[in-house]
Ligand binder design. Structure first.
Ligand code: ZN
Length: 411
């Protein structure tokens, strides 16, 4: 669709969802009323800027006050098929008839075709990604799905071999685990396995890891980007020239402090609007930083592209695909009064995320090993990811240091 036609198309869809959400979503109505806006004030995509952002923290806060969805839902809760619970905790409604297009568009762009057999190694529990989003999207395309979930690497290798699955959905780092395990089991990745296409998400994808995996398996790997709240917001095409915004969302890049759009090519927060009546999030601030490109893509798609994800707006980040924030780190530390200062450092080793709590103690403890293992357990309990604890001497952590420091370098 040419640029102007796209704009008209999305402006029309926007008018529809704003009218709908104003009527059916209490939280959205409150938001509009708080700045004196009526649905009639939103006529075009340009008018979107008038609506205040909804940040993730605000969504969590309102969900606590008005569980389960903070009044953002656009249908009665009795009409839902499922309710998902993501870390935070934060709830997402699961609709009876899944009609999001973004992930399916992304997988088709990655080379998935009807009749392909895909192993889905994302987690099926609690969170909506594997079950609601990826599983349904594979079905939309006409693929056969093997819902294998996370872990059990050896079994995953055997499944791939026995069923001759040719498509992979999961994280790139887990695909690397599968590769290493299969080699350890004596298999030739190209001869004994049939993987040809891969769709990866929920983690940053370094080019070195992508090319290593593509080379090992003889497959092509493309990535998608989105959030559990709003779904797919970008996917790569064959050109790998950034991530195309799917046709069922509007994505803006804004200055996170003002909510106003930044100029072309400038970095800012990814703010997304969906046309989903079940959960009509309008101007949802993802907290992720990126740049939007509107230039021609040789693949023929005219949708704008997110150039790449530049990191998190605040100090929150993702570790092994899971969103972590300073509030969780504080919660861990609060369980252990022996700690005087701390800093969480995120690094990467051989393409795998590592989280280390650097800790200064009030005074020498008698059994540091015991405290270390207790803390590591608290980290798992609170943050749902594994982390290491490193004791450092007093004064090592600088004054004013970030609570979570992300030292990973994105290529
Ligand atoms: Zn393209």
């Amino acid at each position: 669709m040419p640029h102007q036609k796209r704009n008209d198309h999305f402006s029309q869809k926007l008018r529809g969802i704003v009218r709908y959400a104003y009527k059916h979503s209490a939280a959205f109505k409150n938001k509009m009323d708080s700045v004196g806006l009526k649905p009639v004030d939103i006529q075009t995509i340009k008018d979107l800027e008038k609506i205040p952002l909804t940040k993730k923290a605000e969504l969590m806060d309102l969900q606590k006050k008005h569980p389960p969805f903070g009044g953002f839902e656009g249908v009665p809760i009795t009409e839902l098929r499922r309710i998902y619970v993501s870390p935070g905790p934060i709830h997402e409604p699961g609709e009876a008839n899944y009609d999001e297009l973004g992930w399916a568009q992304g997988m088709v762009a990655a080379g998935f075709r009807p009749g392909d057999m895909a192993i889905n190694t994302f987690s099926y529990h609690m969170v909506p990604f594997a079950l609601q989003m990826i599983d349904n999207s594979l079905h939309q395309i006409g693929c056969v799905t093997i819902p294998s979930g996370v872990g059990n690497t050896e079994q995953q290798v055997n499944i791939l071999k026995t069923l001759k699955a040719n498509a992979y959905c999961g994280t790139a780092s887990f695909l690397l685990n599968i590769a290493e395990k299969a080699e350890e089991m004596g298999f030739d990745l190209r001869k004994d396995l049939d993987l040809k296409v891969g769709f990866v998400a929920t983690e940053m994808l370094p080019e070195s890891l992508r090319s290593r995996l593509e080379e090992k398996f003889g497959m092509t790997i493309r990535q998608g980007y989105g959030t559990a709240d709003i779904g797919c917001l970008g996917y790569e095409c064959v050109e790998k020239s950034g991530m195309h915004v799917p046709d069922d969302k509007i994505v803006e890049i804004v200055d996170p402090s003002t909510g106003k759009r930044v100029g072309p090519g400038e970095p800012g927060e990814i703010v997304a609007t969906t046309f989903d009546k079940v959960y009509p999030l309008i101007r949802f601030g993802t907290g992720d930083l990126s740049i939007l490109a509107d230039t021609f893509c040789p693949c023929g798609r005219t949708s704008p592209r997110l150039v790449k994800i530049l990191g998190r707006v605040d100090q929150s980040t993702k570790v092994r695909g899971l969103f972590i924030h300073p509030g969780q780190a504080d919660e861990v530390v609060a369980k252990h009064p022996q700690i005087s200062r701390y800093q969480v450092v995120i690094t990467q080793k051989e393409h795998k995320d590592e989280m280390t709590f650097r800790v200064e103690l009030q005074e020498e403890v008698l059994q540091p090993e015991k405290l270390k293992s207790q803390m590591e357990q608290s980290i798992r309990d609170v943050m749902k990811v594994r982390g290491d604890v490193q004791f450092v001497s007093k004064g090592t952590i600088p004054e004013g240091a970030k609570k979570i420091e992300d030292r990973r370098k994105w290529e």
